[in-house]
Each structure stands twice: as C-alpha cells, then as structure tokens.
Write a protein that binds this ligand. Structure first.
Ligand SMILES: Nc1ncnc2c1ncn2[C@@H]1O[C@H](COP(=O)(O)OP(=O)(O)OP(=O)(O)O)[C@@H](O)[C@H]1O
Length: 580
C-alpha cells in the first residue's frame, strides 16, 4: 500500500487531468446506465403500446448517448495515456539519474539484465497500471454499484439471483491472485536472467567466437530461455483454469435471469422491456466482474514492479559528494595515503598503507595479481571509500572534496578502453563536453593521436562503432590517453594502461606517455617492468595488501628482493620469446 501511495503521489502534478478524466468516466458510465432504461421505454411504451411517433426521438437519444459515451471514452483514454507516459518519463529519468550517481559497490552486485529490466519491463508494467488498471478500479466499482442499485430498484428477486454467484466469483479472483503473485515474481527473475544472458553474450561475442564457444553459449541460453518459457506457461496455466471458471459463473447468471425473468414475464409480473433492460444491466454488471481477473493480473504485475523500482530509487548511494565540498584549485598533486585499510566484503585487501607521493613524482606500483594495486587508486578517486585511515590530496581529505572536482583533477587511463559509439571528438571530450576543437586537438596531439585521426575520412568527426570497432588497440589507447588529458589534470593514473597491447605498440605508447607524464604526479600500476617503470622516481612493490619494497629501480635491484625476482623473470620471458 505504501508503494501505491508513493506512485499516486506522482499523479499530484496532473490532479486536474485526473479529475477531468474521472468526470469523463462518470459521464460514460451514466450513458451506459441510461441506454437500457431508454430501451425499456422503447419496448414497453413505444413498440408494445404502438406509440410509434416517439420512436425516432428515442432512437436519436440512444444514438446521442452512445456517441457521448464514445467521446468520453476517447478523452478519458487519451488523458490517462498522457499522464501515465509523463509519470513514466519522470520515473525513468529518476532511475537513470540514480544509477548515474550510484557507486561502484552497487554495480558490483547488480546485474545488467536486472537494471535493463527496471528501465524497460518494470516501467511498462507500471504504465499499464496507471493507464488502465488504476482508473478501472474506480470505474468498475462505480459501474457495479450503480448497476446493482438500478437492478434492485427494478426487481429484487432477480437482483438477489444475480449476485448469488458473487461469493464464488470473489473466491475465484482471490485464489487467482494468490497463485499468480509468486509466479509473476519468478517470471521477473527468469526474464532478468534472460536479458543478462543476451547482454553478456553480445558484449562478449568476440570472446565467444575466439574460443569457438557458440554451441556452449547456445545451450546455456536455451536453459535460461526455457526457464522463462516454463514460468510463463505456469502463469498461463493458472489463468486458463480461472478465466473459464469466471466466464462460466457470469454465463450462469444470464441463464438464471433469462429463465426466472422469462417465467415472471409470462406470468405478467414483469414487462418485456424490464426483462430486456435487466439482462442489459446483468451484462453491464458482469463485464467488469470478468475484467477483475485482468485487473488482478495487472495489479500483481505492477506491485512486483513497483517494489523493484522503489528499491532502486531508495537504494543508498555509498559514495556521495560532501555538502559544501571543496573545489580543488591550482592542484599541486601531493598525495598522501595515511594508514589506509580497505575491504570489499569481509577480508582486508589493503592493510595499513602509508605512502607520500610528492607533486610531479612518478611512482610505479607493482605486485602480484590481487595484491591491491588497483584498489589503492580506486580509493584515491573515491570509487570506494577506505575502511580506515585517510587519503589526502594537497593535504585535503578526498572525502572533503566535491566528487566532480576530485575526479576531474585525476586523469585515469585504464587497461580496458571503453570507446562510445560516437565521434572521435566526442570520445576525447567525454569528460568535458564543452571542450573546444582546439582543446580536443591539443589533447590528441599530446597523446600522439592527432596524426591518425586526421587521416580518417571525417577526421575528428569520424563516428566509431560500438566499443571502438574500427580502431586498433593502440589507437583506442591513444584516444583514452587524450580523453584523460582533456582537463590537463595534475594527477595521472595509468592502470595497466598498456598491458593489453603487443610489445611494439606498447613501446610506442610508452614513448608517448613519457611526454604526457611530464610535470604531473603519476601513478603507474603495472605488471610489466617497462622503461616507464625503470625511469620512475620511485617503485613500490605490493604483496597481500601491503607495501613490501620501495625505492628506485637501482635500489631495488641491489636489494635483490621481490622486484629483482620479477625483473629477472620478465627479462628471461622476453628473451625466450625472441625468435631463435
Ligand atoms: N569489486 C570487488 N569486489 C570484491 N572483491 C574485489 C573487487 N575488486 C577486487 N577485489 C579483490 O580485492 C583484491 C585486490 O584486488 P585489486 O584489483 O586491487 O588487485 P590488483 O593488485 O590490482 O590485481 P591485478 O594486478 O590482478 O589487477 C583481490 O583479491 C580481488 O579479488
């Protein structure tokens, strides 16, 4: 009920339209109720009494009522479609905004399929609810109540007989609702699995093909698709049992009325016109009762969706920009990690990190896989917050800096370069959509991307395919470098930025990076000991969430510890990979 109240609050802005639409509904119901009355008059007082002169006026009256009803239904339908679309637009916008500001932690847990389902399927169920089901509850109630009161005023016996099947109808609807609720929930879960599967498969189609895994993927897709089909069949099975039962009960009503009403008419206790009108009211009464089944489906569906939608809207945002946070100005690039501890779930992945990186210093961080290197920079950019300790930039705690200001002052180049299906210029200016072409070209030149971009048919306006299809690995990486430089950040992070490239391309990009990092505080996270690492002012070696070695290349080589062992191992691997 809480969810119902909340969703109806969204209609507040459209109160006038909702009221107008209800007025149209009331007029439509009034017309519907009047037609049988006029028909009774036509049968009893015109046709049977042979007062044919009134017939044409009454026929015009019936036609007029039917026409007004049609207009009212049209306006009422349009208004509700309009308001429901507006509410859904607002909700969709709110969900999208919420997702934009959600932290990494949220996306670690939520599946893409589930998120897509919130944005599409769940909102559609709510739209149907607002558009049809919500107003139907009101119109159905008014129709049933007014039809019943007219019927009682016409004939008490026939009315009692008509509603005698009502308890059975109620039990049928209740049992349907009870059975459908868990089935709808499982349909939703199955649908999320299905959309996740399709999304993952299409995103990873190159990996699937590279491993010749099409058959395996096909089978695993069939499994989730089958589960979704089965759940839908289950729901259809429930409905197909209850719907005919509801129709049978409604039909039974009409038969009883015709038999008993016919008998009363033969006995002269009921006029033919009254019997005709009564049967019409039975139809008016039973049609919405039949619709209750659909309504129950739609409400169940909508409630399951409302729960999910408000779950997203109510979810906490773990990392928030501080109120009245500091805007960084003239950043020097001094970074301090003070006794930093961090855990994702139960286990600490960073255990007491103390590190001071001076402005303009280049620090390379190496270490075994899973030692916590990426976590360290995730904390610096506040993708996550440290569990204990603090991180300072120019002696300001990162938690006191406006998120937007913090992140715009840290340029991050990652291993996985995401290129949006847009122009090259838009991809470079991603973090600064108002960047001028000169700024974009400046960043591209620094990243040594300008030359290849100018050679493309449309230069900076060339549209690249989804995820950068049409560009080589090196070209994509250069665009990523240019993108990170667009704000000319004082702090630069290279997170395994060249590890997915071949040695030759890596060497070229490294040369570019040597120029790019000049005058910037740079943290290089890497597995490979490259020229960039050897030239770094300081090298940090991490193991199991701790800094275990620290010094220049020469110092660490003399130490003959973990870094020395890694260097020797990589040198051997490289020598072995050379042609004989
Ligand atoms: N989002 C996450 N949720 C839970 N655990 C995570 C998450 N990201 C990383 N971890 C775990 O935290 C530990 C440190 O991971 P991190 O990515 O910082 O290591 P890394 O040194 O950068 O590794 P690699 O060199 O392989 O990239 C690992 O054990 C990893 O499994």
């Amino acid at each position: 009920m809480d969810y119902l109240k909340r969703i109806l609050k969204y209609l507040d802005e459209y109160k006038f339209l909702v009221v107008l639409s209800l007025i149209f509904s009331l007029i439509s119901i009034f017309c519907n109720m009047t037609v049988p009355k006029v028909s009774k008059h036509i049968i009893d007082d015109v046709l049977i009494a042979k007062h044919f002169d009134e017939l044409s006026n009454l026929a015009v009256l019936v036609a007029g009522l039917v026409l007004i009803r049609a207009f009212c239904n049209y306006f009422q339908g349009y208004i509700f479609e309009y308001t429901s679309q507006k509410v859904i637009y607002l909700l969709r916008d709110q969900i999208y905004t919420k997702l934009q500001y959600q932290s990494f932690e949220y996306f670690d847990k939520a599946s893409t399929g589930a998120i897509m389902n919130r944005m599409v399927g769940d909102l559609e169920a709510i739209r149907v609810f607002l558009n049809q089901s919500f107003v139907q509850v009101i119109t159905i109630t008014i129709t049933i109540v007014s039809a019943l009161s007219i019927m009682f005023s016409m004939n008490v016996l026939l009315s009692v007989l008509t509603i005698s099947t009502a308890p059975l109808i109620y039990l049928n609807v209740r049992s349907l609702a009870k059975k459908l609720h868990p089935t709808f929930k499982s349909i939703r879960i199955a649908f999320e699995k299905l959309t996740s599967k399709v999304q993952e498969n299409i995103t990873g189609i190159r990996v699937v093909k590279a491993f010749g895994n099409e058959d395996f993927e096909k089978k695993s897709f069939e499994k989730v698709a089958y589960e979704f089909t089965e759940k839908n069949i289950e729901a259809a099975d429930i409905r197909s049992y209850h719907n005919p039962l509801a129709n049978f009960l409604n039909g039974l009503n009409s038969v009883i009325i015709l038999v008993v009403g016919g008998y009363l008419a033969i006995k002269g206790k009921l006029s033919i016109g009254t019997l005709f009108a009564f049967v019409s009211y039975v139809n008016i009464f039973s049609t919405p009762i039949g619709n209750i089944q659909n309504l129950v489906n739609q409400w169940q569906n909508a409630f399951a969706s409302l729960e999910k939608i408000f779950e997203v809207l109510d979810s906490d945002i773990a990392i928030k920009s501080p109120k009245n946070g500091i805007r960084l100005k003239d950043v020097k690039g001094d970074i301090k990690f003070i006794d930093v501890y961090f855990k994702y779930n139960q286990h600490y992945v960073l255990k007491g990190i103390n590190l001071h990186i001076k402005p303009g210093e280049v620090v390379a961080i190496l270490g075994s896989t899973g030692s916590g290197k990426s976590s360290l920079i995730n904390l610096l950019a506040r993708f996550y917050d440290c569990t204990k300790g603090s991180i300072l930039i120019d002696d300001i705690n990162v938690k006191d800096i406006r998120l937007c200001s913090l992140r715009k002052n840290i340029g991050i180049i990652m291993q996985e370069t995401f290129i949006f299906s847009d122009t090259i210029a838009a991809n470079i200016a991603f973090g600064k959509p108002d960047a001028t072409l000169d700024e974009i070209k400046w960043a591209a030149k620094l990243a040594q991307a300008d030359e290849f971009i100018e050679r493309l048919p449309q230069g900076y306006d060339t549209v690249v395919g989804e995820r950068g299809v049409g560009l080589s690995g090196g070209q994509k990486q250069r665009i990523a470098i240019a993108r990170a430089l667009i704000y000319n950040p004082k702090i630069l992070i290279l997170d395994d930025a060249t590890s997915s490239l071949d040695f030759e391309t890596e060497a070229e990009i490294q040369k570019t990076l040597q120029d790019v990092i000049k005058g910037r505080t740079t943290i290089i996270i890497t597995h490979r000991i490259s020229q960039l690492v050897v030239n770094a002012d300081r090298i940090i070696y991490m193991s199991d969430g701790r800094i275990v070695e620290e010094g220049t290349h020469e110092e660490l080589m003399k130490l003959k510890g973990r870094y020395y062992a890694a260097f020797k191992k990589q040198l051997l691997e490289r020598l072995n990979s050379l042609p004989a």
